[in-house]
Write a protein that binds this ligand. Structure first.
Ligand SMILES: Cc1cc2nc3c(=O)[nH]c(=O)nc-3n(C[C@H](O)[C@H](O)[C@H](O)COP(=O)(O)OP(=O)(O)OC[C@H]3O[C@@H](n4cnc5c(N)ncnc54)[C@H](O)[C@@H]3O)c2cc1C
Length: 381
């Protein structure tokens, strides 16, 4: 691969300990977590103790105030091992920034230190049975009543849904105002009337709990409002660039991992008296994948560097999300093919990566929604 220039010595030291953590504390337990449908609470606390969670949280709230690259390194190390279970990136790179950017002093002091330590696991709940891409049409409401909001509604496909102690909930505080009525409200996991539905059975990401959530007259104080009432949609959009970049970081690394697993496998596996890697078709496919991996890495690294400087725009983040997940999907399909029947067996990492990453083209905004964002910008006057 080309020499990477976006990380300094500190990031590489962090990578060495992140790699050890994933190899010793995540990978050995992953198969059991896949059977359980969720990871252990213990691994969250261990990740917190190791300093791997919420690296960008400022020191006054218990973090180390690192830049985005520390989280990117941890995401890369998890992807390299194909360990898709712990949704650390969602907690650290998606939910924590909502609190950092929009939280009151009291909210930050209450939640961020515990998110850094892994005592509190966070989720973000936008999607509903009737509204995913079309977020402005969500129906969950938080209606003001004295000093409280009273929340009613339902969410679906929520990552960390079973384990979450804190949910950033997208809901309508003014149901008559369309997108301008959307607000973000913090809901604690033990609030009366808040219940978790099924841990949904998925095609992949089997060690990750993905759930329905139900809100039945849930009362939270108005001080649980995150940011400004009616600005929730805008707040969500502002943070989506980072969410999409994280998906691109994971996807670029998954392409490299798939190439490595498949190169090793095709060199070892024999057919017709030679290794699979000796067939011209295999060599050409591997060469194509290598070219895709190198190009994707160069682009995603550039996006990371721009993001650290505060210069990554929403359209470029959408391009990174769309292209990395679409190319990853093509690569994984080719790699499964090169593994033959073994590529379809769960015990092989290529099979799990293939099943896991079908979702990457859907979650975090579908490929079609990314095309909308890109083309709207292209065609604007
Ligand atoms: C494993 C997993 C984890 C997830 N985790 C979370 C989470 O933690 N929190 C959360 O809030 N959500 C989460 N989601 C939900 C995810 O973000 C949504 O599934 C996604 O945004 C798509 O919404 P939808 O499923 O309602 O599909 P729909 O919006 O119903 O889309 C169906 C199809 O229509 C297409 N479509 C929709 N609108 C347009 C358009 N304007 N133009 C062209 N085509 C269009 C879509 O691209 C798609 O192909 C998760 C999903 C999965 C699968």
């Amino acid at each position: 691969m080309m020499k990477r220039e976006i990380y300094n010595e500190e990031h590489e030291l962090f990578r060495a300990s992140a790699r050890r953590f994933v190899e010793e504390r995540v990978a050995p337990f992953h198969a059991q977590w896949e059977k359980d449908g969720q990871v252990s609470r213990e691994v969250w606390r261990e990740a917190g103790e190791g300093g791997f969670l919420c690296c960008s949280v400022p020191e006054e709230y218990g973090g180390v105030g690192g830049d985005f690259r520390f989280g990117a390194v941890f995401t890369e190390e998890l992807a390299r091992m194909g360990t898709s279970g712990p949704s650390f990136h969602l907690h650290s790179e998606i939910v924590a920034p909502y609190l950092i950017h929009y939280g009151t002093e009291e909210q930050k002091r209450k939640w961020l230190p515990k998110m850094v330590s892994g005592e509190v696991i966070a989720a973000v709940a936008m999607t509903e049975p009737g509204a995913g891409s079309d977020l402005q049409n969500i129906r969950t409401t938080a209606i003001a009543d004295g000093d409280d909001y009273v929340i009613n509604g339902q969410k679906v496909f929520i990552s960390n849904g079973q384990l979450a102690d804190l949910v950033v909930l997208a809901c309508k505080t003014d149901p008559s105002a369309g997108g301008k009525g959307v607000s973000l409200v913090l809901v604690e996991g033990d609030r009366e009337g808040f219940t978790r539905g099924r841990n949904l059975e998925k095609a992949g990401y089997k060690a990750q709990d993905t759930s329905e959530l139900f809100f039945n007259d849930v009362r939270v104080p108005k001080s649980n409002l995150l940011g400004v009432e009616g600005r929730g949609f805008k707040q969500l959009m502002q943070q989506l660039a980072q969410e999409r970049l994280v998906i691109a970081v994971r996807s670029a690394t998954s392409i490299e991992a798939a190439l490595e697993w498949t190169t090793t496998y095709t060199k070892e596996r024999k057919a017709f008296g030679q290794s699979i890697a000796d067939f011209q078709n295999t060599r050409f496919k591997l060469a194509e994948i290598k070219a895709k991996a190198v190009m994707m890495r160069a682009f995603v690294d550039r996006c990371i560097a721009d993001h650290v400087k505060g210069e990554l725009d929403a359209v470029t983040a959408a391009i990174a999300k769309m292209e990395s997940t679409e190319i990853l999907w093509q690569v994984l399909d080719s790699c499964v093919q090169l593994h033959g029947g073994y590529g379809y067996m769960w015990e092989y990492p290529i099979c799990r990566a293939w099943a896991d990453n079908r979702m990457s083209r859907i979650a975090g905004g579908t490929t079609e929604v990314m095309k909308e964002i890109i083309s709207r910008d292209l065609l604007k006057d």
